[in-house]
Design a protein around this ligand. Structure first.
Ligand SMILES: O=C(O)CCC(=O)c1ccccc1C(=O)O
Ligand SMILES: [Mg+2]
Length: 382
């Protein structure tokens, strides 16, 4: 992170820029449904001695922010990751801000997932849209869960799957005011067809708002944990939100934190900080940044290497987002083959992009040039 270092020849552990550029491939992958305002996911893939890495900061990010994403990609391709502690990682279904009627179609791409994360507070939509979408997710997850369980098969016949049984979390991406969040979380937990929420991810944008929301929820008897996402990955001090007592759960993503090792170190600090505060550790949820199959390998490596306390159950990771892409650069996917979601989990391990798919999904020449230039600028910041 020291500009002077870069100017004077750079970090000795960094591969040479020419070497990094030599293995760069830029792809553009279509999404099945609009997510986070985008319909095509562009990514620059890096080929190094340790394997493949990904550099895919969202287009609007500035270079200082994007540099951390490059560090994560270089770690993947030139250094590799700590050994996994478990071979598979449980993932949540990720439900974009679709109309309720499209929920079954989305969830069908997350076979066996019993935890669902639902996007809420989308710009241009109303609380009614969120309430309908979340209720549809509860119904659908409960239905498929009951359908899988021998014991409960007769209950399906009797038509009584319990919508409260699904594990549902919502992600507002900071889109609510404190008052809107309190009203929405009350409606999403107590209204008809609703039930408990595992947590609400970034209901409001700022740390003081999160603190105020927690107080308001406690006063109103609404029992929903708060998870911090943007308050961690966009903050100069990622621990500040936990120190302020504003978050019960920490959502961590490998690319914005600068790599698997950086995420694991932060998880360790969060654990210590939580214990210092009141004895309870702050649980960590690994999540994707809408990565390609290559980028997801890094998230899976982090989730698989995350130490757990005795008896601690790992919360489902938001790493099933490959299902949101209509095409990827490894063979197979959810419909069969390499690293498909099976019984709600994904196997850990590297993937090898398919040369034909890399070619088929290659970005246009001007987009490739744009990404290579961005890589050069970010490299200079490492
Ligand atoms: O956590 C998940 O289920 C999927 C990942 C996700 O929601 C996401 C993906 C890209 C950018 C931002 C976010 C987010 O969590 O806000
Ligand atoms: Mg989020």
């Amino acid at each position: 992170m020291d500009v002077q270092d870069a100017a004077s020849g750079g970090d000795p552990a960094l591969p040479a820029l020419e070497e990094v550029l030599a293995g760069a491939v830029v792809v553009a992958l279509p999404l099945r449904v609009r997510f986070r305002g985008i319909e095509v996911r562009e990514a620059l893939l890096l080929r190094g001695p340790a394997g493949w890495g990904e550099f895919a900061p969202f287009l609007e990010y500035d270079d200082a922010t994007a540099a951390a994403w490059l560090a994560a990609g270089l770690e993947a391709a030139w250094t590799g990751w700590p050994a996994p502690l478990r071979p598979r990682v449980t993932v949540n279904a990720t439900v974009p801000a679709v109309p309720a009627a499209r929920v079954p179609e989305v969830l069908a791409r997350f076979p066996g997932c019993t935890t669902a994360k639902v996007k809420v507070a989308e710009r241009g939509q109303s609380l009614d849209d969120d309430v309908a979408r979340v209720a549809a997710v509860r119904r659908e997850v409960a239905r498929s869960e009951v359908a899988r369980s021998e014991v409960a098969r007769s209950e399906v016949a009797r038509g009584v799957p319990d919508p409260g049984a699904a594990r549902v979390r919502v992600d507002a991406n900071g889109g609510w005011s404190v008052e809107e969040a309190a009203a929405a979380l009350a409606a999403l937990t107590a209204g008809p067809g609703q039930g408990p929420l595992e947590y609400a991810e970034q209901p409001c944008a700022t740390v003081p708002e999160l603190v105020a929301l927690r107080e308001l929820l406690a006063r109103g008897g609404v029992d929903v944990r708060i998870a911090a996402d943007e308050s961690i990955r966009r903050a100069s001090d990622p621990l500040a939100v936990v120190r302020a007592g504003a978050a019960d759960v920490a959502v961590l993503k490998v690319p914005p934190m600068g790599g698997v090792r950086a995420v694991l170190a932060l998880a360790e600090q969060l654990r210590a900080e939580g214990q210092r505060r009141g004895g309870a550790a702050v649980p960590v949820v690994l999540s994707s940044a809408l990565d390609t199959a290559v980028g997801l390998s890094a998230g899976l490596a982090a989730a698989a290497a995350l130490p757990l306390a005795d008896g601690e159950e790992q919360l489902a990771s938001g790493l099933g987002t490959g299902s949101l892409l209509a095409a990827d650069i490894v063979l197979g996917g959810v419909t069969g083959g390499v690293r498909e979601i099976n019984h709600g989990s994904l196997p850990v391990g590297a993937v090898e992009p398919d040369p034909d798919l890399l070619e088929r999904h290659a970005a246009a020449p001007e987009r490739r040039a744009w990404w290579l230039e961005r890589l050069r600028r970010c490299y200079a910041l490492l």
